[in-house]
Ligand binder design. Structure first.
Ligand SMILES: Nc1ncnc2c1ncn2[C@@H]1O[C@H](COP(=O)(O)OP(=O)(O)OP(=O)(O)O)[C@@H](O)[C@H]1O
Length: 357
């Protein structure tokens, strides 16, 4: 049986200006029904503006936004927010202080019968573990509890799309990843298509099926966490997602790349360019910390510059003889002193290279 994976959200080449300044440039993306997408990027890159355009608070100067196949925004057309069937959770949660939690959650359920309302409120309260708070008022709740209520309120009318703007921003940093994973399960159980804004990649990884990395109003890459980490399309995305360094290298006649840590072969440049690189070209090879293995028998050595304890592993910063520094993630029972020399080798199953800057 094929599952109907209708496009819940489609952005086709949209641009958005604020006060006459172009903020979002020519962005296209799609989200399937029930999927969770995350817009990730540094402060000021236009994530919130894009979310607001999807919600209907901002109009587009170019392109089209479709929600479940209906054009809701295009130049000259802006379907009002209340007609888009979107649910929203803002950073500050914006609960109604004079309403009980129960009434906050059922606020958007006008027109529902009393029993249908009660059923939906109880169902969401159970999912979000706020059942015992239904008669309380917002001021009595912790930040985490208020956030759950805000999410329940936005989910209640079964919106076509749920929009979350930095939903974990006011929670403790240690809690964020865990709560993101928990909220993901709840959204998935309810089948709600969601798009959230974040500048924290761990949050994005824990929560989203698809992640869009933004920079200066542009969408640099739209893909799952694996693709962003292992197949970044640009040096910017490679730098932004995960840790890693660029190891200088030179293309050999057979397409392999000669580097300070040996000759590297494997698919390279498949992502950045269809052309086979020419011999002699200088390249930057993306080396992730998990690509660098400790091996006492290796012909290559590096000096330990610093190390950071990460629980199960140490993240070592190592200096190669040329001075180039690389990172290596090593199980923490291998404890090497700073300034000592260790043998290392690369273990990479595919190469990601970029033209050398
Ligand atoms: N009304 C406005 N008029 C002109 N420029 C604006 C307006 N509102 C926001 N901007 C600018 O638009 C850019 C994008 O802002 P936006 O809030 O979308 O970014 P963001 O990626 O969500 O950032 P953050 O993570 O800090 O919230 C910023 O440079 C901001 O200064």
């Amino acid at each position: 049986m094929t599952i109907d994976r209708t496009k819940a959200l489609e952005l086709n080449n949209i641009s958005v200006s604020l006060g006459g300044t172009a903020i979002v440039h020519d962005i296209s993306l799609q989200l399937e029904t029930g999927d969770i997408g995350c817009l990730l990027g540094p402060s000021g890159c236009g994530k919130t503006t894009l979310l607001r355009a999807i919600a209907g608070f901002e109009s587009v100067t170019q392109g089209q936004i479709q929600i479940v196949g209906n054009a809701v925004s295009e130049p000259g057309k802006l379907l009002p927010v209340e007609k888009r069937q979107v649910g929203m959770v803002f950073q500050d949660y914006a609960l109604f202080p004079h309403l009980s939690i129960k009434d906050n959650i059922s606020f958007g359920l006008q027109g529902w019968t009393r029993s249908a309302k009660r059923k939906r409120v109880n169902e969401l309260a159970a999912m979000l573990h706020i059942d015992d708070l239904l008669d309380a008022y917002p001021h009595r709740l912790s930040g985490g509890q208020q956030q759950r209520v805000a999410i329940a309120r936005a989910m209640a009318p079964r919106p076509r799309i749920l929009l979350l703007d930095e939903p974990f921003a006011s929670l403790d940093v240690e809690l964020r990843e865990q709560i993101a994973a928990e909220i993901r399960q709840i959204l998935k159980a309810d089948g709600i298509t969601t798009i959230l804004v974040s500048h924290n990649q761990l949050e994005a990884f824990a929560m989203a099926d698809v992640i869009g990395v933004m920079r200066s109003g542009k969408l640099m890459q739209w893909g799952d966490a694996f693709a962003l980490y292992h197949e970044p399309v640009s040096a910017y995305v490679a730098n932004f997602i995960g840790e890693g360094v660029f190891l200088p290298g030179t293309v050999l006649d057979n397409g392999d790349i000669s580097t300070e840590l040996g000759i590297l072969s494997g698919t390279s440049d498949t992502v950045t360019s269809a052309k086979i690189p020419e011999a002699g070209q200088r390249k930057s090879v993306l080396v992730r910390p998990d690509d660098v293995l400790h091996d006492d028998d290796s012909e290559f050595t590096a000096k330990v510059v610093s190390k950071a304890f990460r629980g199960a592993a140490y993240l070592y910063t190592l200096a190669l003889p040329s001075g180039v520094q690389i990172l290596s993630l090593v199980p923490s029972h291998h404890n090497h002193d700073v300034d000592s020399h260790i043998g290392i080798k690369l273990d990479m199953d595919h190469l990601v290279t970029f033209p050398q800057a």
